[in-house]
Ligand binder design. Structure first.
Ligand SMILES: N[C@@H](CCC(=O)N[C@@H](CS)C(=O)NCC(=O)O)C(=O)O
Length: 207
């Protein structure tokens, strides 16, 4: 029984693919060929009515979407792989907090930047929408920067899926912020032996 992951290279499915690889879970990739910033093929609605990736088909055939939900689910499915702190622990509360924070504040800002016309009906407001999204993304990243206390990872010594997620979002950011702790975290994540080859396939030498 395998997972099936729909993604577009360089898109949000990177972190789900990384989670599956870190879990050593059997999975196949369904790569959708379409350019970033363009809608996915209309036929994809049959798989995900919101027409977004990542979309993960679970081994029993049910469908999961929403990156943060998928990451939380996979961490729970493979507890021995320690992809997240133990549920109910203080560390797990922080894992949930920052994973959801990243999803609703940073990933959402990426969408406003990439698809600005979905967020304004004013044709003259496109650039302002993009600028505001970049600004908000930078502000949210600074909150994460300040949340890294001991480092090198968000929750301390051990990498969890939130670190991989944040790294992906940080690399998508196009503005300039001073975030040495996020940069150090990113470098550690990219060096992970399981993640490094996936990173190169999705992002080349970015970041
Ligand atoms: N809320 C979703 C956002 C996913 C998302 O925005 N995916 C982008 C690729 S990175 C996408 O599918 N864009 C196509 C579109 O929105 O039309 C999640 O957290 O998974």
């Amino acid at each position: 029984m395998t997972y099936r992951l729909y993604n577009r290279t360089g898109s949000g499915g990177f972190v789900v693919e990384a989670a599956l690889a870190l879990a050593d879970a059997p999975f196949e990739l369904a790569v959708i060929e379409s350019k970033p910033g363009t809608p996915l093929p209309d036929s994809f609605r049959d798989t995900n009515p919101w027409r977004q990736v990542p979309t993960l088909i679970l081994p029993d055939g049910s469908i999961m979407t929403e990156t943060s939900a998928i990451l939380i689910h996979l961490a729970a499915c493979f507890p021995d792989k320690k992809l997240a702190p133990t549920p109910g622990s203080i560390g797990h509360a922080a894992f949930l907090r920052w994973t959801i924070f990243a999803n609703v504040n940073i990933y959402e800002a990426v969408l406003r930047r990439v698809y600005p016309n979905r967020y304004t009906t004013d044709p003259n407001a496109t650039q302002a929408t993009i600028d505001a999204a970049n600004q908000r993304m930078g502000e949210a990243l600074i909150v994460l920067e300040n949340a890294i206390t001991t480092g090198p990872f968000l929750l301390g010594e051990t990498m969890c899926l939130a670190d991989v997620y944040i790294t992906m979002l940080y690399v998508w950011f196009k503005g300039g912020i001073d975030a040495p702790r996020l940069s150090a975290l990113r470098d550690k994540v990219k060096q992970d032996t399981i993640i490094a080859p996936l990173w190169r396939r999705h992002f080349g030498d970015r970041g």
